[in-house]
Ligand binder design. Structure first.
Ligand SMILES: Nc1nc2c(ncn2[C@@H]2O[C@H](COP(=O)(O)OP(=O)(O)OP(=O)(O)O)[C@@H](O)[C@H]2O)c(=O)[nH]1
Ligand SMILES: [Mg+2]
Ligand SMILES: [Zn+2]
Length: 330
């Protein structure tokens, strides 16, 4: 089955002369499904031969070569327009690229569970860090939990007033999400297990393509039904990437995105007496002052300080690890 790569978001431009151009629609265990002009190809990622090169991720534009022994092989990952990454919490310190070449990131949250502001802030930091447009989608508005929509929307407005909030419940509200998609545009879904990401993709597709999980009674947590990141082409044009639920949202050293989430506090910091003010017990601290006069929420400042010190500790650990591995190599 022939595929028009423009439908898969090919931005155009120079195609390196060797190999077959394609876009990775799924990665699992060293193998990738690649959409090419001639149809879908299952290719090995060439991690042995090209160790210095980047590991292919869902959303990547790649070149596939035919290896006489191994069959289709990904020989090159083309430069990425952007990527959505988090810090891998198991392999401490490593950047884990979730998906690449995305135009928008939708943070998906189910109204059947609380949405702590701290979690939203972390998700916003990694979503904004990709450079893509970002919105929050609240699901399950059609259930009794839908009553929470106003409260959760208020939390989002308090944390990030300019972030669009879309509300869906079953079929209801899907149009708004469709408006975020469009021919050649890639939209990635991000959120915890059971939030309703795969359900949303099926809703956009108008068919039950993806497996949907059950949510355990009691704690409303999902069971990690989706296990790989999968890019699907929508009938109305556009692409959406379903991802497995993420629990821990490890931050990379993303000062810029952090500043965006806490831009007001960052601006206030400029008026503190000390340039390196930790907004704790320092005299003439503009942030503490703003908390005192009620213009800034103390809990928000506490989360800001916690994230900053987490990043500072990570930086120390990274340097330590760097020193150790340099010593090891000698
Ligand atoms: N009533 C209702 N149920 C929903 C809605 N969205 C999701 N659900 C239910 O929530 C449960 C989890 O949905 P999934 O789509 O599997 O969640 P997920 O985010 O893909 O989860 P993982 O794949 O584990 O990351 C399923 O039982 C869905 O039927 C919704 O808008 N309304
Ligand atoms: Mg899923
Ligand atoms: Zn201060």
């Amino acid at each position: 089955m022939a595929i028009d790569l423009d439908d898969y978001g090919w931005p155009g431009g120079e195609i390196p002369p060797s190999g077959t151009l394609g876009r990775i629609v799924r990665v699992d265990r060293g193998e990738c499904d690649v959409a090419t002009a001639a149809g879908f190809v299952r290719a090995l990622s060439d991690s042995q031969r090209a160790q210095s090169e980047i590991a292919p991720a869902t959303g990547d534009w790649v070149l596939v070569d035919e290896d006489p022994e191994l069959g289709p092989l990904i020989s090159q990952v083309l430069p990425r327009a952007n990527s959505l990454s988090r810090r891998d919490t198991s392999e401490a310190g490593l950047e884990q690229v979730l998906v690449t070449n995305v135009d928008a990131v939708l943070i998906i949250h189910g109204l059947d569970r609380p949405f702590p502001a701290g979690r939203l802030e972390r998700l916003l930091v990694i979503a904004w860090d990709s450079g893509a447009d970002v919105a929050v989608v609240l699901t399950k508005a059609d259930t009794r939990a839908g009553k929470a929509a106003d409260d959760v929307s208020a939390t989002i407005r308090a944390v990030a007033p300019e972030t669009p909030v879309l509300i869906v419940g079953g079929e209801e509200g899907l149009d708004e999400v469709v408006a975020w998609t469009g021919p050649g545009r890639t939209v990635a879904l991000l959120g915890e297990s059971g939030a309703g990401k795969s359900t949303l993709v099926n809703g956009l597709l108008g068919e039950e393509l993806l497996a949907i999980g059950e949510v355990r009674g009691g704690d409303a947590k999902g069971r990690h039904t989706t296990v790989s990141r999968k890019l699907v082409h929508l009938p109305g044009g556009g692409l959406v990437i379903d991802t497995p639920g993420i629990r821990a949202v490890g931050l990379l050293d993303t000062e810029e995105a952090l500043d965006r989430v806490f831009g007001d506090l960052q601006d206030l910091s400029a008026e503190c007496r000390y340039a390196d003010c930790a907004h704790d017990t320092e005299p003439d601290c503009a942030v503490t002052g703003a908390v005192g006069d009620g213009s800034v929420d103390a809990r928000r400042v506490a989360r800001y300080r916690a994230l900053r010190s987490e990043l500072a500790e990570q930086r120390v650990r990274d340097e330590e690890r760097g020193r150790r591995s340099r010593r090891g190599r000698r």
